[in-house]
Design a protein around this ligand. Sequence first.
Ligand code: ADP
Ligand code: MG
Length: 697
Amino acid sequence: MSIPELFGINVFNDDSMQQYLPADVYASLQRTIAQGAVLDAHIAGQVADGMKNWAIERGATHFTHWFQPMTGITAEKHDSFLSIKNGKPILEFSGKELIKGEPDASSLPSGGIRATFEARGYTAWDPSSYAFVKDKTLCIPTAFCSFGGQALDKKTPLLRSMQALNKQAVRVLRLFGNKTVNRVTPTVGAEQEYFLVDSKLFNQREDLIITGRTLFGAKSPKGQELNDHYFGTIPQRVIEFMHELDEELWKLGVYAKTEHNETAPAQHELAPIFTTSNLAADQNQLTMAMMKQVARKHNMVCLLHEKPFANVNGSGKHNNWSLITDTGINLLEPGSSPAENAQFILFLVAVIKAVDEYQDLLRLSVASAGNDHRLGANEAPPAIMSIFLGDDLTAILEAFCRGNKMKTHKSTMHLGVDLLPDFQKDATDRNRTSPFAFTGNKFEFRMPGSEFSISEPNIVLNTCVAEVLKQFADELEKADDFNTSLNLLVARTVKKHKKILFSGNNYSTEWKEEAARRGLLNLASTDVAVPFLLNAKNVELFKRQEVFSLTELQSREEIMLTNYCQTIHIEAATMLDMAQKQIMPAIRKEMNDLSAFLINAPKLMAESAVNNTAQKHLFDTLVTLSSGFYTATERLKVLLSDCKADAAVSKEELSHVYRNNVLPAMKAVRDFADEAETIISKDAWPFPTYVDLLFSI
Ligand code: ADP
Ligand code: MG
């Protein structure tokens, strides 16, 4: 099958809707989708029926409401289409089953919103994301809420934030005289990085199986120094994997576009073509699930952890973001007329202000135990928010501060240049180190971790930009002279927020110092970042934009901190298990081997000129290492048992204990083990090493 024939074959998309729904039902559903209107309850039955018939032809036997609880991954509960009518089996799927589901969701996290005895939450169909067939199951993308209407998932607030942004962006466009645009939608293209390891080797590593990352592992003699992997020839086995992955994704309507090797050995990337942020979030979840599934078929395991290996680059997810109108205009694309450019400048400045005022939210939207290993580790942007605009655009904005003006009418734009220069086509000065870079017609947020749902960062981005656009619209709608007020507003905003602009090297220590002088936040780890969620200004923001209630925010803060503590707890426990049951015995085996030699050595020495200093020295080194390793292990054990959840200790305090006590103790254990690995014989070492894992495919 050709790509166009294959594309979307497993998706109940516009084509299949037209084919399987009566014309009036199709038209009504289209209105719902295009305008974000409420679904007409009368047509639900017919939509469900059409959907079922289509799905059965695609091989489906079951259906599920597919949703994104706050675990960050997707959840589904399968029901078959099977029903009994007059004693005979029939295949049935009702409108009620389509629009609403009641999963027993008592063990999904709710952060205290829904007492677990009151297990019911409900899922509601999101008609703006197409249903699809996967693993013989019709999957219906749904939002997940409590019976009180509080969001228990990542989709509901994302949809709310898109609505908020739409409302304010349309207001701003009206001010520029635009009467035709009815809807503004944020678009996202999420580039996904990942590692592939051989599944036989993976299965021998308890740390990879349990935590998704290596907790031990000495540096391999070769890492990524030669840069020979990046864009290098893709190994045959990986090519076959990529081809199958692309096909599976195309069938699901995911616009997988480019696949290439990344910087680290065994690391790769997939970039899709962008779509609306809601679909992009759904599709990214599907992409991650498919990567894992297809890798298994090729006897490999796909690692999505942010930092599976120490000393080589970790994996991120670049969130490319822009705003598009229903008339097809990208609002972050510099236009071809002065008026369009003035509009572009206003949206650009809105993003700058939003990022500066809500640095904390953007930072914490990508905070996790996994991503903490990556941010600021000289391979990924630091934990400090800043924006890269490039020299041309920065110069233009600075000109405003000096009093240069632009006009929205026919006359030329007084920027020192008539039109904005062609900077958008010039990709040469792209700054790869910036956490938030303007790349010609979109912003690229580079902080999200590879394992993350992109919902959170996009909820924050959409909401804070909506807030700033609201302030702009409030001010400009009242203005007597739009031109003058617009110029004043832009100049004032740039002056106030240009401290967030930085085009230099974000990895340097000078930048950290400079950022501190500018008063920018540097929230180095999850435990310090997450509590900012409940700062008054942030609570107000989400309330005003109707994205999160206070209760919803509190629940999210609790879930993020709990996740952080639990992740580290599980890692530390896995480490102890491996230390005691695998590494210590390996050290002992090596010592045994050496001591057998040393016992025999005097006899051998009597017969030859060889002396045993080398082996004796090795033995002594192992003795020292093993006692250091033992002490470090015991210390970790004690610290970990001190970390029991305790009513007297708040989640926040507990998270600090994990970071300040447990993480350093884990590092000490690892340091001893990694040193032991470098001197212990290959056959005595209990699991595959970095050389095996990184260079075997
Ligand atoms: P690069 O040179 O970094 O590969 P590309 O322009 O090819 O940059 O795009 C990288 C990602 O950005 C892709 O996923 C692409 O779909 C996405 N992208 C491009 N335009 C937009 C847009 N207007 N909104 C959101 N994402 C976009
Ligand atoms: Mg990129």
